[in-house]
Write a protein that binds this ligand. Sequence first.
Ligand SMILES: NC(=O)c1ccc[n+]([C@@H]2O[C@H](COP(=O)([O-])OP(=O)(O)OC[C@H]3O[C@@H](n4cnc5c(N)ncnc54)[C@H](OP(=O)(O)O)[C@@H]3O)[C@@H](O)[C@H]2O)c1
Length: 335
Amino acid sequence: MSYKKVILKEFGGPEVLQVVTEEHLPEPDAGEVRVKVLATSATFTDTLVRKGIDYGFKETPPLSPGYDMVGVVDKLGAGVSGLNIGQMVADLTVWGAYSQYMLRPASGLVSVPAGLDPAEAVSMVLSYVTAYQMLHRVARIRRWQTILVHGAGGAVGTALLQLGALLDLTMYGTASAAKRDLVKGLGATHIDYAAEDFLRRVQAGGGCDAVFDFIGGEHFKRSFQALKKGGVLVAYGFYDNAMGKGGNVVVDFAKVALWNILPNGRRARTYSIGDWRKKHPDWFKEDLAALFGLLAEGRVRPVIARRMKLEEAAEAHRLIEQAAVQGRIVLVVHE
Ligand SMILES: NC(=O)c1ccc[n+]([C@@H]2O[C@H](COP(=O)([O-])OP(=O)(O)OC[C@H]3O[C@@H](n4cnc5c(N)ncnc54)[C@H](OP(=O)(O)O)[C@@H]3O)[C@@H](O)[C@H]2O)c1
């Protein structure tokens, strides 16, 4: 049986993403599962994979992007137990999920409760686990504290605001004017970063217990200055650098490490979902399962701006790089 997938033969712009047809379904080796992919996300992180600049990414083309997926178990490799054909599962794949079928190690799959919408469920994997672990495991935020979320109208930003609202946090969110209503609707004070100095605004309010920053460069320093005594900066990306606005990723992260050890009464941490999963695979599974629970109870509801087809992956990447997405895009692979 043939199947479709999106591949890139070289790193580059959205135009390198092409749909190809493979003649035969992949066969699972021992310990592997063939998954029929139902949904995968299109995120800013996928654009980094496409450009070959995702932090620590070592694969070379040809390859399919696709950082996460929800699908159904289609075939079991030898020795796989505890999974059934037709069962819905999720995984952080890092690459390869822009495909109708893919192989995954059985050991990493997380069961998805029956009845969840695959597009909503896949939103939990990269964006919400990142938000959840940064809030709960890195910042260790407590009820009624104050946070500043940059890029608050994006995929991770909207996840942070929804999870923050569950803790009754006071929240500031930076975003363009176009995302004002979205950010306010999620319970945060909107700061239009193009028109207003976020640092002055937040300091006037007494500062924050945690700031979540993926912009990088001088932005990290200003976010650090927005902290109260005892507060924590969580640095988790290098957006400006990836968008060609300069900066140096290694220097940025070295500075964060330095601020963390200087006696200044504040902490500074970096976060990478991939590194955390490698170190604590059990935490990844536990946190994703907790998020599926919150989704099933209707306590979180991912903001899905567009549901697009696999064939529209290049267009999805263009929209993301133009910052034209309110929340997130999901690629619906099988209806
Ligand atoms: N470390 C990890 O494990 C991890 C995991 C997931 C994601 N990430 C990183 O986290 C970042 C966000 O990911 P995402 O999926 O949420 O991206 P996204 O959905 O594309 O959202 C990012 C949004 O930030 C806004 N923005 C751009 N410049 C800004 C600035 N100077 N100040 C405030 N907002 C600004 C843009 O919207 P507006 O300009 O319209 O407001 C943009 O759409 C990316 O860099 C991604 O690579 C890291």
